[in-house]
Design a protein around this ligand. Structure first.
Ligand SMILES: [Fe+2]
Ligand SMILES: [Fe+2]
Length: 163
């Protein structure tokens, strides 16, 4: 496809690719309760939750270890803790959605998640993502790039600080 050929020529940096995932996930969450067809909104939210879990996975598995090795131990520690907080919100949200997507608790949890994401993503984009294209060696960068393209979250995976 011409589109695929064009994007292969101008491959985004890792920082851009990671930031793009933030925006795509945000869009799926923000669309909930905005007057669209309820079932479509629910599906978009479920997809965004899955995408966020996968995003957390790829950061913890393919990105953060290299950042820690590069000396960014403290910021990575904070990010892992925040992933744990978001993971618990996602678990609660998933349970509520299964029971009843119209439950007011769903809106409350979405607000909570939105605030968590704003703080978290802002820090990643300012402090960690600018290192993505320099801190990872060729092999690690390729692994991350490959996963970003079409990697799947292992079904039983939970983030490091979920407990
Ligand atoms: Fe993150
Ligand atoms: Fe992120």
């Amino acid at each position: 496809m011409a589109e695929a050929a064009a994007s292969a020529e101008a491959a985004p940096s890792l920082a851009e690719a990671l930031e793009r995932e933030h925006h795509e996930i945000d869009a799926g969450i923000e669309a909930f309760g905005t007057g669209g067809a309820p079932e479509a909104e629910r599906e978009a939210l479920v997809a965004a939750i899955a995408a966020l879990r996968r995003h957390i996975y790829l950061e913890e598995e393919f990105f953060f270890p290299a950042l820690s090795e590069a000396g960014l131990v403290a910021p990575v520690f904070v990010m892992l803790r925040e992933h744990g907080q978001m993971w618990r919100t996602l678990d609660a949200l998933t349970l509520e959605l299964r029971a009843d997507a119209g439950n007011p608790e769903v809106r409350t949890l979405i607000r909570e998640l939105t605030v968590q994401l704003q703080h978290h993503n802002g820090k990643e984009e300012q402090i960690l993502y600018p290192q993505a294209d320099t801190a990872l060696d060729g092999q690690a960068a390729e692994r991350l790039r490959t996963f970003l393209a079409d990697g799947e979250l292992p079904g039983d995976w939970v983030c490091q600080r979920a407990g």
